[in-house]
Design a protein around this ligand. Structure first.
Ligand SMILES: Cc1cc2nc3c(=O)[nH]c(=O)nc-3n(C[C@H](O)[C@H](O)[C@H](O)COP(=O)(O)OP(=O)(O)OC[C@H]3O[C@@H](n4cnc5c(N)ncnc54)[C@H](O)[C@@H]3O)c2cc1C
Length: 400
């Protein structure tokens, strides 16, 4: 009997667990470890951070959906020793495996920027995203006592995918908070080092997003290199190296992410906690170790560069890793991981967005794009969980 150990119940790990139950004969043991008892749909964290969706809408109990064959252990992984085939946990005995699927996901990355760790709010899991909204609401509510104008300024650092999606949601929730606490207008400022946004999309879509943000009075400070975060301000230099400051009592950090720190802590050869894997998703010299999702760097054979880390690729890799373990257990050769993106969509609130869909990269914008994002989310829910979960938590109002 082989022990197959899956670390991380995110998109990659949950998908692997689902397919392992199909691909692996029943005499083999499947163990899943996650530090949280719930699976979180992290593609919707920005909605929790902006207060436009309840946290329960994007989480579901791991025990409810894994199936009876899987032994779920709720604990934090602290170290992975691939030579000893052993994983160390914070509160349980170490686990020895025959096959390992490492899928510990991403964490916020400050790149060592002065003051970012202490003074800016990350949003890389459910708890930190809830904390962002709680801080926003508390600060806006507090304005009536403090009369501090900085209470009514929110600075978002970084105009990548996450920053733009967060800004889009905030344009919807801030007017409601303004009415609720009867305050003057709340200001949204975004600082970004690059001089344009969302380079993964055609320029016309980036322009559409910029117009959306301008229409909602978001101040976009492009070409601004952040130099320091203080408790109440973002310091930055402009294109002429002139120093400036944005004063704000809420500062959200969406500049970048890396893979889980467990990767570096465990001594893997890595870059930003991502490990380059073989074309069948295994670790070099370790055919029994699969590294998938945001902790892996999967090379795109066409560009010879790693694919961007996304939920979409994490799901596809979860399926392939499970299939390959099934093949290995039957004494057969593993298959190469082949990835075809079905498109990318960024939401700009509940009713707007931009995207490129299908192999022809068909451009979509407006409500169609935002609806497509919901369809993609519901489909991933359906593929990893049960239909009942989609009906209970699906994004379209018609489900309710
Ligand atoms: C706001 C936002 C919007 C996004 N939108 C999109 C999108 O539209 N499309 C898209 O494809 N991607 C999107 N992404 C990216 C996507 O969320 C990630 O690529 C995806 O979550 C990676 O999946 P994963 O399974 O590798 O890791 P994760 O989803 O990060 O899951 C990792 C799991 O591991 C567990 N874990 C972590 N550390 C430990 C530990 N030490 N011990 C035990 N358990 C641990 C966590 O609890 C978690 O359950 C978005 C990301 C953000 C933040």
């Amino acid at each position: 009997m082989a022990t197959i150990l899956v670390l991380g119940g995110g998109y990659a790990g949950m998908r692997a667990v689902k397919f392992l139950q199909r691909e692996v004969p029943s005499e083999h043991e499947i163990i899943l470890v996650d530090k949280s008892g719930t699976h979180t749909e992290k593609t919707n964290l920005h909605e929790v951070a902006a207060g436009t969706i309840a946290p329960e809408k994007i989480t579901y109990e791991i025990n409810d959906i894994i199936g009876s064959r899987v032994n779920f252990i709720r604990d934090t992984v602290t170290n992975v020793d691939v030579d000893q085939k052993q994983v160390t946990l914070a509160d349980h005995e170490p686990i020895t495996y025959d096959y390992l699927v490492l899928a510990l996901g991403f964490q916020s990355e400050t790149f060592g920027l002065k003051g970012a760790e202490e003074n800016a709010l990350p949003m890389d899991d459910l708890a930190t995203s809830e904390a962002v909204y709680q801080h926003i609401e508390k600060t806006i509510k507090g304005y009536n006592q403090t009369q501090d104008p900085n209470d009514l300024t929110i600075a978002v650092c970084g105009a990548g995918f996450t920053g733009i999606e967060l800004l889009g949601e905030l344009t919807q929730s801030l007017p409601k908070l303004q009415t609720k606490y009867n305050t003057p207008a709340i200001k949204l400022v975004c600082l970004e080092r690059m001089t344009s946004i969302l380079p993964m999309f055609d320029k016309s879509l980036g322009d559409y997003a910029m117009q959306f943000l301008a229409k909602h009075n978001v101040e976009m400070k492009l070409g601004s290199s952040i130099t320091e975060i203080t408790p109440n301000s973002v310091m930055y230099t402009d294109g002429n190296d002139q120093e400036h400051e944005v004063k704000a009592n809420t500062i959200v950090w969406t500049v970048g992410v890396s893979g889980s720190h467990v990767i570096a802590d465990s001594g893997f050869e890595q870059r930003r906690n991502r490990v380059v894997v073989n074309d069948d998703l295994t670790l070099k010299d370790h055919p029994e170790v699969y590294i998938i999702g945001d902790v892996s760097a999967v090379m795109d054979p066409e560009s010879n560069r790693p694919y961007p880390t996304t939920a979409q690729i994490a799901l596809a890799a979860g399926t392939q890793a499970a299939k390959n373990i099934g093949l290995q257990l039957r004494g057969r050769a593993t298959q190469k991981f082949v990835y075809k993106s079905s498109g990318t969509v960024a939401s700009l609130s509940d009713r707007d967005g931009i995207g490129e869909i299908g192999s022809s990269n068909r451009k979509v914008k407006g409500y169609v794009a935002s609806a497509l994002k919901k369809i993609i989310t519901d489909r991933s829910l359906f593929e990893s969980a049960h239909l009942s979960t989609v009906f209970a938590k699906g994004r379209f109002d018609l489900y309710h």
